[in-house]
Design a protein around this ligand. Structure first.
Ligand SMILES: [Zn+2]
Length: 413
């Protein structure tokens, strides 16, 4: 799946119509959720029941009927996605909160499937033809959606952001590129000091620029509260804050993408730790650095590019990777503040460098023990680890994961 994104250009009335469609989407989602909550348990409300209910809504509310029928279906699917995720968490007995579905107050997108819209045959324009009267929007962006067969466009979303509306096309293509094998392998250790340290001893610095930008965001945030509530000045300040925020998140994404792309281009195998970022963020001291570095995002880009280039990206459990001696295998206990690995065998290495070597070795062991041609199976695995799961979700709905999948929209391919 590939997501192409354009900025949408229209007039005021059209933007209002988009808002109207977004509101309807949210209405349908929330109504479906309410229906599920209010139904007795023995009714066993499932996806099909919710879908049927959405057609009832169409009959009851003219403004729902005005939205394209498949878009209404997509909105109902959003409710079901939230419900099924909750069920899944309960079934797996996930520790902590189970994520009981909540009502949405600030919906920011409307999603069409394969009907209700058409593309201009030559110009970059899209026309929405349902009774929300969005009409024809200009698509600003260098992508050429026309190069893809219409049939491969599975979803079209309109998303509201701080700086305007965007149209996203979800295209079903196998985006693959032949990148020559380099025979190189690499292990990565994610640290606080550096963005990552690799098994060749290279330290990739943290993107400090982001830290600076973050200060500006904080400043913009404070300015909101200085303005009087309900006044125009406050609204403006809030928008300024949202724009700054958007800019940072884009920069962070660019950084993660750039680095991941480079790593997967120059290596055939990349091994990294299976970090549970979620658990680590609980520690408030670490929180800032961890969020900042955006490892999770970096990791999903590694996996994406591995798939794209036909390389192998592999996660291993991080146990002992920072304690073991890469030369002789002895466990050398050290606290987080000890930055150098010093072993009786004479091996002296920077701590993260030693860890990265261990991580690479662990990955190679994993491949060797997984049998049948090793790397092929792990390639398969890494594909499953990301590709399949994501695309199934994409098939169901675009909402959550699109942020990580907008890989092609800002200039790398
Ligand atoms: Zn040693």
């Amino acid at each position: 799946m590939l997501v192409l994104e354009y900025k949408a250009k229209g007039n005021k009335a059209q933007y209002q119509a988009i808002e109207e469609a977004i509101k309807t989407t949210q209405f349908v989602r929330n109504k479906c959720l309410r229906y599920w909550m209010n139904s007795p348990k023995e009714d066993n409300i499932n996806n099909a029941a919710i879908s049927r209910y959405s057609t009832v809504l169409r009959a009851d509310f003219p403004f729902v009927a005005a939205l394209n029928s498949m878009a209404v279906q997509a909105a109902a699917e959003r409710a079901w996605l939230a419900i099924s995720r909750f069920y899944d968490n309960c079934k797996k007995n996930k520790p902590g909160k189970k994520g009981y579905p909540r009502f949405q107050r600030l919906g920011r997108s409307v999603e069409y499937k394969t009907s209700g819209w058409s593309l201009h045959p030559t110009k970059r324009r899209i026309t929405f033809s349902d009774k929300k009267w969005i009409g024809t929007l200009k698509l600003m962006g260098k992508w050429d959606i026309h190069t893809y067969p219409i049939k491969s466009i599975k979803r079209v979303r309109i998303v509201r952001r701080a700086d305007g509306f965007y149209v996203q096309f979800c295209v079903d293509v196998e985006c693959k590129e032949d990148v020559p094998s380099t025979g190189q392998e690499i292990g990565l250790d994610f640290g606080l000091e550096h963005f990552y340290t690799d098994s060749n001893g290279h330290h990739e610095p943290n993107p400090r620029l982001l830290r600076k930008a973050e200060k500006q965001v904080k400043h913009a945030q404070r300015r909101i509260y200085k303005k009087q509530k309900g006044k125009n000045g406050r609204k403006k300040a809030r928008n300024r804050y949202a724009r700054k925020h958007l800019k940072i998140s884009r920069q962070r994404t660019e950084h993660a993408k750039l680095k991941a792309r480079h790593v997967m281009r120059s290596n055939d195998l990349c091994v990294y730790e299976n970090l549970q970022v979620k658990n680590m963020v609980r520690n408030h001291h670490l929180a800032k650095s961890i969020n900042d570095a955006g490892w999770r995002q970096f990791r999903s880009y590694l996996e994406y590019f591995a798939q794209k280039y036909g390389k192998v990206a592999l996660a291993v459990e991080p146990h002992y990777t920072s304690q073991q001696c890469p030369d002789c295998g002895t466990i050398v206990k050290k606290s987080l503040s000890t930055r150098t690995h010093t072993c009786k065998c004479g091996c002296v290495l920077q701590r993260d460098y030693a860890a990265a070597i261990n991580i690479l070795r662990k990955g190679k062991e994993k491949i060797a023990t997984s049998g049948q041609g090793g790397s092929k199976t792990s390639k398969q695995k890494s594909r499953n680890a990301r590709g399949v799961e994501t695309s199934i979700q994409l098939g169901a709905i675009l909402v959550e994961q699109v942020s990580t999948l907008i890989l092609e929209s800002h200039g790398f391919s």
